[in-house]
Ligand binder design. Sequence first.
Ligand code: IMP
Ligand code: MG
Length: 184
Amino acid sequence: MEERTIHPDLESILYTREELTVAVKALGEKITQDYQGKDLVMVCILKGAAPFFTDLIRSIDLPMNIDFMVVSSYGASTKSTGEVQLVKDMSYSVSGKDVIIVEDIVDTGMTLSYLKKVFQDRNTNSVRIATLLDKPERRKVVLEPDYKCFTIPDAFVVGYGLDYAEQYRNLPDVGILAPRVYEK
Ligand code: IMP
Ligand code: MG
């Protein structure tokens, strides 16, 4: 195997690019089975979910529409403010559609409980959540993702789309950010 050095700002690697690939492909196959005959719309929550989303949709063997939304995020902090704002909406109507919201991580659950409500108010046929990572220890609202790749402990992670202050999104692995990076 090719030698890889760990990014100096990471404390450790949680999931390698190979492990991510395997998990995302398995999730795609599961969604392919579950959404036979449905009117599927996959919605990517930018920016964090972008790498996961592009891998996931290509592992789903079904007709679908895709769209993108931007919601407000943490800013340069590792703690959620709990306030969610819709910055960019979708381009098409989702009335009667079977929507899967694709996120990078469910942390407090505030973002996704807000988004779920937004879609339910638009008369969708169904709304489900697919997340790469689930961090259940920090949940503030009752929210269980319908699909997830991994459950992680309460640590701040970056890579494969996940950022700290807009950095590290391009790292191919998911790793734990060294606390000295955000504590300084
Ligand atoms: P929630 O509303 O608290 O569930 O937060 C969800 C958003 O917080 C995610 O879309 C991420 O942008 C961000 N987030 C939460 N935990 C982490 C983390 O460990 N690393 C990077 N971003 C995170
Ligand atoms: Mg984010």
